[in-house]
Design a protein around this ligand. Structure first.
Ligand code: PRX
Length: 654
């Protein structure tokens, strides 16, 4: 490796190499070569083998309307059928599909047969409400069996779901309902997290009262926390009542491979989140293939992805990928720190988890917790069931990687550091656990069939060892199809004219190792922050801040944070005088809560600083690079001679 300090290389064990789906680097290279020699054949063969089609496809890739690529377009399938009926038909009806563990530790096991019955009942209930193929259904639910059931039920009847993470505010929920033109909302009375019962339905009610949600005809409410719950007559119905009299069988709606399975909103570089639209056939193919290649899923595995279904990771690696493989998986309602920070390790021990997939931010916070309290150190638990670990959502720093490898994986489990995005649908750059020698901090090499590269501003590949822009050279089956309702933004965001519309722009910077060609992601190159593995657009937060009556102007940047990866820092100019002392502290709280209310608690700035103005060039442009230096507490090295108002730098130092 080229880095100054000696980096360690970790080779997969012989046993892993022998048994893994992708066996050894020769196996990996053979797959890559197969894709290089016959790209469509590579994907087409796997689509035939891994998916049950109602109507087989005759064409693999249709590039005639690039970059609106189509995969397997004349084939028909149903994603829920592939996840449920297929397994039951193959004799897995009594196999446990979901092990649900509640915040309070209660465990519910749901077999494939049972899950199929629950999904069919709810699918029938939705049909009974008039929800049909192509309708959008917004799901605003905590981690629950019903969350998975609701998603699968939509898939079963061809309705396109849009999950809104339970931590988003009423405004964020309203915006997403309105943008999608959803006909139904599925929510719950509340959720249990960290020993507390938190209400959810009141937030949903507020969202619906804000205007713009007239398309919603039905609201289905899961009873989770109990107690009082406002139910609007003629609109709201309890989930259990809606399902009670329904049949346990439901004929799936056979949809075209390109039919939109879901929309998932994610942050971009403008104030408005993007509704990333995914397909059915191509998406399912890569969900399954990555379960096989990256996670090496085997019949006896117990798989646990700790993500929330509100994020893409929860879609691909909870609701769809594991179930389509007939796997047993954990669904967890709670938080990693309740009742103590040993919760993850205890659950791995109790449920004999063999594959564990989590985010660097969780690992870093659990390292801190274990340092402070040896009783919750992972080595205090029996984690011998583990055979494979994964990381996702942000770069994992080598120190956290090593700790995870040694203390959680007992220095015997490979770590797959999986780089991908809401838009890519599935893993793009990741080690193969029985093949790729691992280097902490690097997501290593592209998934077989994925043609990733690092280029300069003109789209020309840069030499290894030189940083640049991460792109994907060829379309892939699980890629984003468009931005819901805004095809122009799709083209501009992902297939920009700078690259002649030929390269997919990921929005990340990357560098390849001089010797191995391994990829290391160097972070976003747009105005998107990554806080605890969650994407936040700086413009979204700025728009929320300036919507406050006291705020005249705001600029938001990120600064590195030990636990959350990046932390949000806001520089704010008030309409009135610049506050100091107690007045400043009070206003900071007020603005933090405001952003929490406008977007959600995850978007609250950690640090807010007030100035009489923002640093601007004489042409009025905010000098963001300078703000980033101030946010980090660094000395300003940038030339400030063009600065209109140099004296405010002192005020903004924080
Ligand atoms: O910046 C990259 C980072 O997360 C972004 C995608 O965020 P999102 O769409 O919310 O999806 C997160 C879960 C797939 C990317 O553009 N990212 C994700 N995984 C990694 C990563 N950065 C470095 N290494 C990773 N393994």
């Amino acid at each position: 490796m080229s880095n100054e300090q000696q980096v360690r290389i970790y080779n997969p064990s012989e046993e892993m190499v022998k048994n893994a789906a992708v066996s050894g680097m020769d196996g990996y290279r053979a797959l890559c070569k197969e894709a290089e020699d016959d790209y469509e054949g590579f994907w087409g063969r796997r689509a035939k083998e891994l998916i049950d089609w109602k109507v087989p496809f005759t064409q693999v890739l249709d590039e005639s309307n690039a970059p609106f690529f189509k995969w397997f377009a004349d084939g028909k399938l149903n994603v829920s059928y592939n996840c449920l009926d297929r397994n039951v038909n193959n004799g897995l009806g009594d196999k446990v599909a979901l092990i649900f563990e509640g915040d309070n530790g209660d465990v519910t096991r749901v077999t494939y047969k049972d899950l199929l019955a629950r999904v069919s009942k709810f699918a029938n209930a939705l049909r009974g409400m008039g929800v049909k193929k192509g309708d959008r259904v917004v799901i605003y639910l905590p981690m629950s069996i019903e969350g998975v059931v609701a998603m699968q039920a939509c898939a079963r009847i061809g309705a396109t779901h849009s999950i809104v993470f339970g931590g988003f505010s009423a405004h964020a929920l309203r915006d997403r309902i309105e943008d999608a033109g959803a006909v139904a909302l599925i929510t719950s009375d509340g959720q249990h997290r960290g020993g507390k019962a938190l209400p959810l339905k009141p937030i949903a009610d507020e969202a619906l009262s804000l205007g713009g949600c007239d398309t919603i005809k039905n609201v289905v409410v899961v009873k989770r926390t109990g107690g009082d719950c406002n139910m609007v007559a003629g609109r709201d119905v309890w989930f259990h009542e809606a399902c009670a009299s329904q049949s346990e069988t439901c004929e799936p709606e056979w949809v075209e491979a390109e039919h939109p399975l879901f929309i998932l909103y994610t942050s971009g570089s403008t104030g408005k989140p993007k509704g990333v639209q995914h397909s059915s056939g191509g998406y399912l193919l890569q969900a399954v293939l990555s379960m096989k290649y990256t996670f090496d899923i085997k019949p006896n595995d117990v798989f646990w992805c700790t993500a929330d279904i509100g994020w893409v990771t929860g879609h691909t690696y909870i609701t769809y990928g594991p179930l389509a493989c007939g796997a047993t998986e954990i669904v967890f309602e709670g938080v990693p720190t309740y009742p103590d920070a040993g919760r993850f390790w205890k659950m791995i021990q109790d449920h004999k988890v063999s594959i564990f997939y989590t985010a660097p931010t969780a690992i870093r916070s659990l390292i801190k917790a274990a340092d402070n309290n040896p009783a919750v150190h992972p080595t205090k638990y029996d984690l011998s069931s583990l055979r494979l670990l994964g990381s996702v959502g942000e770069p994992i720093n080598p120190a956290a990687w090593e700790w995870y490898y040694q203390n959680v994986g007992g220095s015997r489990c490979p770590i797959v550091d999986t780089f991908w995005q809401t838009e890519t649908g599935a893993h793009m750059i990741t080690p193969m656990p029985g093949a790729t020698p691992m280097v902490p901090g690097s997501c290593t090499l592209p998934f077989p069939g994925i043609q990733a590269a690092v280029v300069d501003e003109t789209g020309t590949e840069v030499p290894w060892g030189q940083g640049g822009i991460l792109v994907v050279k060829k379309p892939w089956p699980s890629m984003i199809r468009t931005i819901w309702g805004d095809p122009d933004r799709f083209v501009k965001s992902y297939y920009p004219a700078d690259f002649q519309g030929k390269l997919y722009l990921a929005g990340d910077g990357a560098i390849r190792d001089v010797e191995t060609g391994y990829f290391t992601i160097t972070g976003r190159i747009d105005d998107v922050l990554n806080v605890s593995g969650h994407r936040m657009g700086t413009m979204e937060i700025e728009s929320a801040l300036v919507a406050h009556e006291k705020v005249a102007e705001a600029a938001v940047v990120g600064r590195p944070d030990d636990v959350t990866g990046e932390a949000i820092v806001a520089f704010v100019v008030l309409k009135g005088p610049r506050p100091t002392g107690e007045e400043a502290a009070k206003t900071i709280k007020e603005l933090q809560n405001w952003v929490g209310h406008e977007i959600g608690p995850i978007a609250k700035p950690k640090d807010i600083r007030f100035g009489e103005n923002l640093p601007k060039t004489r042409s009025g442009k905010i000098m963001r690079r300078l703000l980033r230096q101030l946010a980090k507490g660094e000395d300003v090295t940038q030339d400030t001679s063009t600065l209109e108002n140099p004296h405010i730098l002192e005020q903004l130092k924080g």
